[in-house]
Design a protein around this ligand. Structure first.
Ligand code: AMP
Length: 187
């Protein structure tokens, strides 16, 4: 299985990505988690991305694409992978297409989690309390929604046109949403 999981900030991508990837026995690759790890460990990459993330802006495509290219070249992705948080721009879609073509593989599906705006904000504020993520404050959250709407949402239409989009209602418990996703993928 080669999949992407998409959805606005707070849709539950990260949580679902972990459960689904485990179920399918494939690695879950989250660009956001990789960046946060590098920020926490003050690596060179962490120094480049930390201020950008705190503002809710996107890390430059060149940085993100190199990271994904390297990660998808590793052997644990041979039987599949689930990408969480990449691609986020049309340019990243083009880069992903090139990377996959060079590996001679194709995407099987693109999961899209549908959650209403009010629930998204409530979830993110709750996460801010629990996880203390530096980019979960009110101003940054607003900016991340703007960036999502402008840069990332158009990708849903693109993947729908390619016949890859699988839309799933993201409201409910982790188990309920997961059951819906598994049923939708099987279809
Ligand atoms: P996430 O955990 O997916 O919400 O990502 C957290 C932050 O990491 C985003 O707000 C961006 O600053 C950065 N980031 C993650 N993935 C990407 C990507 N594909 N392109 C650019 N920036 C990204």
């Amino acid at each position: 299985m080669r999949m992407l999981i998409m959805g606005p900030p707070g849709a539950g991508k990260g949580t679902q990505a972990k459960v689904i990837a485990e179920g399918f026995g494939i690695p879950e690759i989250s660009t956001g988690a990789i960046f946060r790890y590098n920020v926490a460990n003050q690596t060179e990459l962490g120094k480049i991305v930390s201020a950008i993330m705190e503002k809710g802006e996107l890390v430059p495509d060149s940085v993100t694409v190199d990271l994904i290219k390297d990660r998808l070249g590793q052997p644990d992705t041979d039987n599949g992978f689930l990408l969480d948080g990449f691609p986020r721009t049309l340019a990243q879609v083009d880069s992903l297409d090139e990377i996959l073509a060079s590996l001679d593989v194709e995407l099987d599906c693109v999961l899209s989690l549908i959650v209403d705006g009010e629930t998204l904000v409530a979830r993110m504020l709750k996460r801010a309390e629990i996880e203390g993520r530096a980019d979960d404050n009110e101003e940054t959250i607003r900016r991340r929604f703007e960036v999502y709407n402008a840069e990332t949402e158009p990708l849903l239409t693109l993947y729908r046109d390619r016949g890859l989009l699988v839309e799933v209602d993201g409201l409910g418990t982790v188990e309920e949403v997961n059951a819906r996703i598994v049923a939708a993928i099987k279809k």
